[in-house]
Design a protein around this ligand. Structure first.
Ligand code: HEC
Length: 166
């Protein structure tokens, strides 16, 4: 019988150690999670957004004409069209003809071709570019055919071409 007794003693010791080991692992893992996982979760942008929503003030004041459309039931603010530079407009709508001087279009930077035109003054150039122009060398279509351009866009492109002349 003493044989069995010894066996149970040893078995009890091993089981006890396993239980202790389990708790140690459990707390070590908990400590590691505290240091790493939880921090990641806190830093997650989605979590942060949710958190900000939860702690946001309940009431908000909308001032007519000044609110950013963040109130429910309010129309989204119109996206402000990115201002395009004269150079961009020239490159998208004017370069086809004016880049190398197609069909009698005065080539940008061609001093002789532009000198008499610049002499007319910018208002005339604007007018011819916006409304179209039949000259001695060819036909400048209104807005270069890009009717979606605003008058100011065309003026900016004319300014850009006039700058290249200088
Ligand atoms: C389809 C070809 C074409 C495109 C595209 C074009 N042009 Fe022209 N443009 C011409 C031609 C041809 C002339 C010369 C007309 C003439 O004097 O006989 C001209 C002339 C001009 C002149 C000089 C007008 C004057 O009074 O001498 C300006 C300024 C001008 N274009 C601006 C522009 C701008 C800005 C754009 C782009 C938004 C543009 N053009 C796109 C063909 C084009």
């Amino acid at each position: 019988m003493s044989h069995d007794r010894k066996f149970f003693d040893k078995m009890g010791l091993v089981l006890g150690l396993l239980v202790v080991f389990t708790f140690v692992i459990f707390f070590v893992a908990g400590a590691i999670i505290e240091e790493t996982q939880n921090v990641f979760v806190m830093e997650d942008p989605t979590y942060q957004a949710e958190l900000a929503k939860r702690i946001a003030p309940v009431a908000r004041v909308a001032i007519a004409g000044q609110s950013d459309g963040a109130m429910p039931g309010e129309p989204e603010p119109e996206p402000v069209a990115a201002a395009t530079s004269g150079e961009d407009i020239y490159n998208s709508s004017c370069v086809a003809c004016h880049g190398i001087g197609i069909a009698g279009a005065p080539k940008v930077g061609d001093h002789d071709a532009w000198a008499p035109r610049i002499d007319q003054g910018l208002p005339t150039l604007y007018d011819h570019a916006i409304n179209g122009y039949q000259g001695d060398t060819g036909m400048m279509p209104p807005k270069g055919g890009a009717m979606s351009l605003s008058d100011d866009d065309v003026k900016a492109a004319v300014d850009y071409m006039a700058r290249l002349y200088e």
